[in-house]
Design a protein around this ligand. Structure first.
Ligand code: SF4
Length: 65
């Protein structure tokens, strides 16, 4: 099983919370919004923390087979 990281980018307010709790996979782009470095991962690592901390809930993690 692996995990798909999805972000509804138009909802991102650029608060930087995800990049603080999960710098392994989240970075700020030049547009002032966060973006995932990788969107398909073999394990969640800190992405669950990013999903939970996002104040606008624009990060979603899905499982893929
Ligand atoms: S926590 Fe959410 S709103 Fe804040 S930068 Fe990350 S994706 Fe954007």
């Amino acid at each position: 099983m692996s995990f798909i990281i999805k972000q509804k980018k138009e909802d991102c307010i650029g608060c930087g919370a995800c990049t603080s709790v999960c710098p392994n996979n989240w970075e700020m782009g030049e547009d002032g919004k966060a973006r995932p470095k990788t969107t398909e991962l073999p394990n969640l690592d800190c992405n669950k923390d990013a999903e939970e901390i996002c104040p606008v809930k624009c990060i979603k993690i899905e499982e893929s087979k």
